[in-house]
Ligand binder design. Structure first.
Ligand SMILES: [Zn+2]
Length: 350
């Protein structure tokens, strides 16, 4: 038995807990990967570097770790309420290229950047399009269990039905009554019985180019479905760690729990770990406000935010000062100071 006093902050309990894996000596870890429709931004990098540190530390302790991190290459719509265009399809339409060219371009970018940050690759990196059969089977299972319904070729998860015997909102702390009051009704845009229901399968509109045959329609899977299909395929019905950015807690991870519990009747994950946001000069990073910097522009120094280039090592070293659950702010002043510290740490070799 590995004797460690590793303590993790579990989002499910809201407490620090001693880490004890389900199977002695082994750890199963699933981390939600990127939707590959644009360049990875620094906030995403923080999430993946955080889990790289966790992965390395677990291995260092002597655990045999199976680390699965997916690539979302279909099914992620622009809006969390299951409306809008598929993000990859939209990019392909705007750039006049094939959706799979978009996927290839930004998957390569993602790998290139994470390699610069000295991240280890995961053991398995499954894609949504590579697991269409598993996702369709999952929809069938949830329908058979009575927690989903079909309308006009689309299949939706019945949140209220699920909540009769389970707790929807257990991870994010949201109450079903508040969700009912606060979820917008999308008049005429949705076939859902209730606005808080979420799509398991969507019938493709004629202009939607990414589509697969299914028993219900030619369409595509809901975004939340792929992570349940791929995590259970490679890590089993219950596994140790599920990670991702804090913004995925709701609805994405809440929906993953509901899907898995609907078919397996047990909690899928023992420890939920969420990495917090990265801010730039004290403000939220966003493309729309210009308060944004791409990793490559930070490395080359060709950007509006910083006067000098900063290496991936400086960013990685800088990240170690904060716990992954707290908000971390980056600024040129802070980076300057950390570059000096890194130089002294490295015996002045850099
Ligand atoms: Zn996910």
């Amino acid at each position: 038995m590995i004797d460690s006093s590793l303590v993790v902050f579990n989002s499910l309990s809201g407490k620090k807990e001693t880490f004890t894996p389900l199977v002695d000596g082994h750890v199963g870890m699933y981390v939600c990967g990127p939707t590959v429709y644009n360049n990875i931004h620094l906030g995403n990098c923080r999430t993946f570097i955080s889990f790289d540190l966790i992965y390395r530390y677990l291995k260092h302790l002597g655990y045999k770790v199976r680390y699965v991190r997916n690539i979302t290459d279909a099914g992620h719509l622009e809006n969390d309420e299951d409306v809008g265009e598929d993000r990859i399809s939209k990019k392909a339409r705007l750039e006049k290229i094939e959706p799979m060219e978009v996927v290839q371009l930004y998957t390569l970018d993602f790998h290139r950047i994470l390699e610069k940050f000295n991240n280890l690759p995961p053991g398995i990196e499954p894609t949504a399009t590579g697991h269409m059969i598993e996702q369709i089977e999952l929809v069938k299972d949830i329908l058979n269990q009575g927690y989903a319904y079909e309308v006009n070729g689309s299949v939706y998860f019945d949140v209220l039905k699920f909540n009769e015997s389970n707790s929807y909102g257990i991870l994010s702390g949201r109450k079903i009554e508040d969700l009912i009051h606060n979820t917008r009704t999308l008049d005429g845009q949705s076939d859902k019985k209730n606005p808080q229901d979420f799509a398991l399968w969507k019938k493709a509109e004629p202009q939607h180019i990414m589509r697969w045959p299914s028993p219900w329609s030619d369409g595509f899977p809901g975004w939340h479905l792929e992570c349940t299909a791929m995590s259970t395929k490679y890590l089993g019905d219950s596994f140790d760690i599920h990670g991702g950015g804090m913004d995925l807690k709701f609805p994405h991870h809440e929906c993953e729990i509901a899907q898995a519990e609907a078919i397996n009747k047990k909690s899928p994950v023992k420890y939920w770990l969420h990495a917090n946001m990265l801010t730039l000069n004290g403000k939220k990073m966003a493309k729309s406000t210009g308060n944004n910097i791409l990793p490559m522009d930070m490395f080359t120094g060709k950007n509006e935010m910083f006067k000098k280039p900063y290496s991936p090592e400086v960013f990685r070293f800088f990240m170690l000062q904060a716990h992954y659950t707290s908000i971390l702010d980056i600024s040129e002043d802070a980076f300057k100071c950390f570059r000096k510290r890194l130089l002294s740490f490295d015996g002045g070799r850099k």
